[in-house]
Design a protein around this ligand. Structure first.
Ligand code: SF4
Length: 462
């Protein structure tokens, strides 16, 4: 993952565990959340359900900080558990917004974890507040839970279908109440969610790498607009009425997801590797070595090297022990930390014409630092290549993005970007090339941060 915190940030990863063998589920949720930690490092939590009694433990920090290296998980009893790891924007960084959320509604406990962003939250909250409903947090997840609870007397499926008619935006949800585990994916399928199983366990998770963490087999992705309910009779599937088109987030493949995940049938590693190959065809450059920015730029660098015939090398060493504790609050402090996070290998770079591949160029501040580091290590030329097209617009669907005035490609030409970051040249994969790299159908993706074609209308008051 990007280690300069200069880029887009995923908002969270969710998981749900149902133990068929009735053993405690929380520790499996813990293992899965570990595998999803890259999706959010600011807060974490697990809610365990023992025959309808829900215990919820959550806090700020990495999973290992919230559970002090596993302590506290054993206290969470019950054969169903849901969990979440979260990244929050600066204004929302508050224990109150840590998830899962849980409520007591007419004697029934309900817990819910959410990955995504509801774009019409202000409108709906405003209507509810006018009718006297009070909210404890600024989180849209509380709204979802409120809307779900108000129709629960008609059954979970009805309650979810009703709330999905009201909210618009992205949501991958895990919910538990009674003796049930529920998974829901929004009608566009903007955020990923998949199902795994083995003889003892069902699991619903944001990415398939979480299934691997507990030895569950990948069953399938939750379909856009699908409700999955798991109880003692097994797995039941229901469909939300909608004519919405599938619009999976294209940026998941570029940057957010782990390379060992498969999302909607597409291998994240392979799509990044292919992107590198395509870039080598679209942006051929004479050079002595191709290097990647750890971690998400590496597969594309290997692909670029393979296709171009230029040797691949490890030119940057990442400090693996940089965790959340090092994430500094200001952009300036983040930039100052670059040298601690990445160190160049002078032996590899000195006197060379270097192609450096990053997953994306967002603000350009990271790129500027990278180019300088490589030049300072003795590189003769530095050619920067981005494995995603120019990022020209922000995201409203659950990804924290810099505003447009801070997106370098929204404001400068490619030649100007090269000059601004101090590179000999800058090149981007084309949008068509990136879609080809996934092997998927271009219509099935949201790619609004590259082309500003937002699949869900953005209210003016967002
Ligand atoms: S706007 Fe970009 S980051 Fe947001 S969902 Fe669409 S592709 Fe993903």
């Amino acid at each position: 993952m990007e280690i300069f915190m200069d880029k887009f940030h995923e908002e969270c990863g969710v998981v749900g565990i149902y133990k068929k063998d009735k053993k405690d589920a929380a520790k499996f949720a813990y293992y899965c959340l570990f595998a999803l930690q890259h999706r959010g490092q600011e807060s974490a939590g697990i809610a365990a359900n023992e025959d309808g009694v829900i215990n919820n433990k959550k806090g700020m920090g990495l999973l290992s900080e919230v559970f002090s290296n596993g302590n506290g998980v054993d206290c969470l009893k019950g054969h169903i558990a849901i969990g979440q790891v979260r990244y929050t924007t600066a204004g929302g960084s508050n224990i109150k917004n840590a998830q899962p959320f849980d409520v007591l509604y007419k004697g029934m406990q309900i817990a819910l974890a959410h990955n995504g962003n509801i774009v019409n939250v202000k409108n709906i909250k405003g209507i509810l507040e006018d009718s006297g409903v009070v909210f404890n947090t600024t989180s849209d997840t509380e709204l979802i839970l409120n809307l779900f609870a108000r129709n629960i007397k008609y059954g979970e499926v009805f309650a979810i279908k009703e709330l999905c008619q009201l909210i618009s935006g992205s949501y991958a949800l895990t919910i538990t109440l009674g003796n049930k585990l529920i998974g829901v994916r929004d009608v566009n399928g903007l955020r990923p969610l998949c199902i795994g199983e083995n003889s003892r366990t069902y699991v619903i998770a944001s990415e398939s790498c979480a299934l691997d963490a507990i030895g569950a087999n990948f069953v399938r992705d939750v379909e856009p607009g699908e409700i999955v309910i798991i109880d003692e009779d097994g797995l039941h599937s229901y469909k939300i009425d909608s004519s919405a088109e599938r619009k999976m987030c294209l940026f998941e493949y570029v940057y957010f997801a782990r390379p060992d995940s498969i999302i909607d049938g597409i291998s994240v590693y392979k799509s990044r590797y292919n992107a590198g190959k395509i870039m080598a065809r679209e942006n051929p450059t004479d050079a002595d070595i191709v290097i990647g920015v750890p971690d998400s730029g590496i597969p594309a660098a290997i692909g670029y090297a393979k296709e171009s015939g230029i040797g691949y090398g490890i030119g940057l060493i990442k400090n693996k022990y940089i965790g959340r504790t090092f994430i500094q609050p200001s952009q300036k402090m983040r930039e100052e930390g670059v040298a601690i996070k990445l160190n160049p290998l002078r032996d590899v770079l000195e006197g060379k014409r270097v192609i450096i591949i990053d997953d994306s160029i967002v603000r350009g501040t990271t790129s500027q630092k990278l180019v300088k580091i490589i030049r300072d290590a003795g590189a003769k030329e530095v050619h920067l290549r981005s494995a995603s097209p120019p990022v020209i617009s922000g995201c409203y669907y659950g990804v924290d993005t810099p505003s447009k005035e801070h997106l370098i490609a929204a404001n400068l030409s490619i030649a100007e970007i090269a000059q601004a970051v101090g590179a000999d040249s800058v090149g981007y994969i084309s949008l068509a090339g990136l879609i080809e790299a996934t092997g998927g159908n271009g219509c099935d993706f949201c790619r609004a941060c590259f082309d500003e074609k937002y699949p869900i209308t953005i209210p003016h008051n967002i």
